[in-house]
Design a protein around this ligand. Structure first.
Ligand SMILES: O=c1ccc(O)c[nH]1
Length: 347
């Protein structure tokens, strides 16, 4: 359904208030030719209404000749900000950057955050943004869950489809996503509502079965036949199945990068206003799949880069794969059972 400018401005008002934007602060809006015009215009109005000094920074896209997918998250690392000291300086001197272009996993994003600038990514279409406007309650619930994940040394994930995989934890921080940036140096993504950490280097072993109906991102399809991944020493050693597996293998082979097969972030979804089914109702190219990453009770694992958490891997190949009906246990304590979040585990 279409979204009115008024409703989108009110949504931005709420997100900027939650992000503690104050009169006189500097808000820089990073955009590109692909940025949704209504998102850009309403963000500009809301930031001005909040009393901020607003700057738009438009950068031209890159990597089109390298990526085989048009999805914004299908070729990461080098961004239009790479080797652009003018734009980098502007963003490091801003209180908040609204990233309507997508910098994810770029070294420049880390450098901007280290300067104390907050970065809020928002590239989903207005219909998804207004459906999942973040709340303080979302933040509290994700932070409560993060306390357990921060202490965990081991994550064990199983499913009726045959997943049985163990991740050693502790080398990397926990990253929480709840849709706004209330602290200097924080990165977040609106919409979201999930948390994750990264498995210790070399510390992932077992089998992951991507079941019928589970989602591959950036492919943004529901797989129609099971894909079985065998993991050892932190890397996917084989990808078996039928056509979906063959398509996934060729997608990954096209990057010609062995680091594409490394396990990256692992965690689970906690956003009640995001759903597994919505991808079946949307044009694939209209979304980056945040509903799929955020829906309640998914087990979300990713492959590829871990530089976002201080790791050394910066491969441009990045897969996010949310699974349904999994049971996730941290040091033996179940936090998701058969695809349902166990909130009591976080009390
Ligand atoms: O919001 C996001 C999106 C992609 C990703 O890999 C992590 N978080």
């Amino acid at each position: 359904m279409a979204v009115s400018d008024y409703q989108m401005i009110k949504a931005w008002d709420e997100v900027l208030k939650l992000s503690k934007v104050e009169r006189g602060q500097t808000v820089s809006i990073l955009c590109g030719p692909h940025t949704h015009p209504q998102t850009l215009q309403t963000a500009t109005i809301a930031a001005q209404a909040a009393g901020a000094i607003v700057t738009r920074i438009e950068l031209q896209p890159i990597n089109a000749e390298k990526a085989t997918s048009r999805d914004l998250m299908s070729y990461l690392g080098a961004t239009p900000l790479t080797n652009n000291p003018a734009a980098l300086a502007a963003m490091k001197n801003s209180d908040l950057v609204l990233d309507l272009m997508l910098l994810l996993f770029s070294p420049e994003q880390m450098e901007i955050l280290e300067s104390g600038t907050k970065i809020l990514l928002a590239v989903e279409p207005p219909e998804v943004l207004v459906r999942a406007v973040p709340t303080e309650a979302d933040r509290k619930r994700v932070l409560d869950a993060s306390k357990l994940l921060k202490k965990a040394k081991r994550m064990h994930v199983t499913s009726p489809a045959g997943t049985d995989v163990t991740f050693q934890l502790g080398e990397f921080p926990v990253i929480t996503e709840y849709g706004f940036c209330e602290e200097p140096g924080r990165w977040d993504h609106w919409p979201s509502g999930f948390l994750f950490t990264f498995a210790n280097e070399g510390g992932s072993d077992g089998t992951i079965v991507i079941d019928r109906g589970d989602i591959l991102l950036p492919q943004k399809n529901y797989v129609s036949d099971k894909i079985t991944m065998n993991l050892s020493g932190g890397f996917v050693r084989s990808i078996e199945g039928d056509v979906d597996a063959a398509l996934l293998r060729e997608f990954m082979e096209a990057y010609k990068d062995p680091e594409a097969y490394a396990i990256a972030h692992i965690g689970w979804g906690m956003q009640p206003r995001c759903y597994w089914h919505t991808l079946s109702l949307m044009d694939r190219e209209a979304t980056t799949g945040q509903d799929a990453r955020s829906f309640e009770g998914n087990f979300l694992f990713s492959l590829g880069p871990n530089n976002e958490a201080g790791g050394s891997r910066t491969t441009p190949c990045h897969l996010d794969i949310p699974l349904r009906n999994c049971t996730v246990a941290l040091d033996g304590s179940v936090v998701v059972r058969d695809g349902k979040v166990i909130d009591e585990a976080f009390q």
